[in-house]
Design a protein around this ligand. Structure first.
Ligand SMILES: [Zn+2]
Length: 221
């Protein structure tokens, strides 16, 4: 899955955030969400410079795609988004949400209020769906970025070994890989590490604020 995610991310590099959320973005997001699905984010490498950067590169794509999707004003008009979430358009004003899907799970208020016969597919107005959709994606992105940040605090490969810096030698048996070759190549990688972290954090500062959602949902009931 990592190889597949890398393949679709390399195709995305030719796009930018202003391009429509087409099939390539949807496929890349599907691969990346699967890759970072577990609660431990076990696919993030922490013990080598190149491994960390490769993981962060994929995670930054994930964060940016989630950000774009959560800011989308009318996801029901985009076929690739409909396919990704197994949604159907139901006339001009509603979407149909199918059982056993992520969209079904996030629209539980409407599902619980539907009659027993209607529960296999629930019809929700576009506006109500947008509220649930944005709230769920924003929360998911925030949770993932928070977890990713906790992992990155444990990365030591971009911290110089102070014993080596201070004395010119190091005989320590470090418990984790630590930087000893502080050359230009290492400094460039270190800069990239921080820049990728900034891109990832930026994604959660540009999504709608979650505390607005309960109020907006109430207003639309
Ligand atoms: Zn050392």
């Amino acid at each position: 899955m990592k190889t597949l995610a890398q393949k679709y991310c390399s195709l995305l590099d030719k796009n930018d955030s202003s391009t429509p959320f087409g099939k390539t973005k949807a496929t890349a997001l599907l691969c990346l969400d699967w890759l970072f699905a577990d609660k431990e984010l076990s696919q993030l490498a922490l013990n080598s410079e190149d491994g960390v950067l490769q993981s962060l590169d994929l995670f930054s794509h994930y964060a940016q795609l989630m950000q774009q999707l959560s800011c989308h004003s009318s996801p029901w008009l985009v076929d690739s988004i409909l396919n990704l979430f197994a949604l159907s358009r139901a006339g001009e004003d509603d979407v149909e949400v199918h059982n056993h899907t992520f969209a079904y799970h996030i629209t539980r208020y409407y599902r619980d209020n539907a009659s027993a016969q209607q529960r296999a597919t629930v019809r929700v107005s576009n506006r109500a769906f947008l509220c649930c959709f944005q709230a769920a994606l924003c929360q998911r992105l925030r949770d993932k970025v928070k977890l990713e940040e906790e992992h990155m605090h444990r990365v030591k490969v971009f911290q110089p070994c102070f014993s080596l810096v201070a004395t010119g030698r190091c005989h320590s048996q470090h418990n984790y890989p630590m930087a000893h070759d502080l050359d230009a190549k290492w400094f460039n990688k270190r800069a990239r590490f921080y820049l990728l972290q900034i891109i990832i954090l930026h994604s959660i500062h540009t999504i709608p604020r979650c505390e607005e959602f309960p109020e907006r949902i109430k207003q639309r009931r």
